[in-house]
Design a protein around this ligand. Structure first.
Ligand SMILES: [Mn+2]
Length: 254
């Protein structure tokens, strides 16, 4: 499995990463054959062309499927936030997006097909022994006891018009660093016991903000909590070049 972290509108960096990994070929078509690729969420905002990123991911999903591969795409908080801004309008959501690096062009260009697509992406996924979720947070447990239940709860919320529930969800996403620090490992094992998997791969919190590394020096995933957690957010919007994280088929950690 190839994994790409928070893209945040950095379409040029993304196409370069995919090309370098052999997943994108001539005319920027899927060249990964039967490979599996997963995007960790947060396609829009903070960068120049979030809708361009969504369009590319949507197309790669179709092309990969036709070639026997898979492109998974998780829902990030910025993807939910742009939907909220479109659905409810009003200064509350406009200001919320402005505080969070909202891109006006993304909101203007977001078409019905992109809204439908975002709404249909899962919040969590498990493939083999690896659990994937956008955020380094435990709030997912408030939405369901299983991956299926969490995804169903998210889908119901995103298809509904309960503005307070949307607000709560986006507030929940402000949780970070749940698996860092003294109790991080214990939290990670609890979370993995709940949803299954030997390792959690997430984005949401730029590695630079965890390790203090200069943005351009983050060129690989940050493995922590004794190997139970992997942060793949390369902080591309901060100036990081980004990277493609490769998960071997059978992950084991000590
Ligand atoms: Mn995020």
């Amino acid at each position: 499995m190839y994994v790409i972290g928070d893209v945040h509108g950095q379409l040029q960096k993304l196409t370069r990463l995919l090309s370098d990994a052999g997943l994108l070929g001539d005319a920027q078509r899927w060249a990964g054959g039967d490979a599996n690729l997963l995007f960790i969420g947060d396609y829009v905002d903070r960068g120049p062309d979030g809708v361009g990123v969504i369009k590319l991911v949507m197309r790669l999903q179709r092309e990969a499927e036709a070639a026997g591969g898979t492109v998974h795409a998780l829902l990030g908080n910025h993807d939910a936030l742009i939907l909220a801004a479109r659905r409810f309008g009003g200064t509350y959501w406009v200001e919320s997006r402005e505080r969070n690096g909202g891109n006006h062009a993304d909101l203007a260009r977001l078409g019905d097909e992109h809204i439908e697509w975002i709404t249909g992406q899962p919040a969590m996924l498990r493939v083999d022994d690896v659990l994937y979720a956008h955020a380094d947070a435990t709030f997912y447990t408030r939405y369901g006891d299983t991956i299926e239940a969490v995804n169903a709860a998210f889908a119901k919320l995103l298809r509904g018009s309960d503005e307070c529930a949307w607000d709560r969800l986006l507030d929940d996403f402000s949780e970070r660093h749940a698996f860092d620090g003294a109790n991080g490992e214990a939290s990670a094992s609890r979370f993995l016991r709940q949803y299954g998997g030997e390792q959690l791969i997430h984005g949401h919190t730029p590695i630079q903000k965890v390790t203090g590394a200069p943005p351009e020096e983050v060129t690989r995933a940050h493995v922590y909590a004794s190997g139970a957690c992997v942060n793949v957010d390369g902080g591309m919007y901060l100036g990081g070049p980004g990277f493609v994280h490769c998960v071997p088929r059978a992950v084991r950690h000590s």
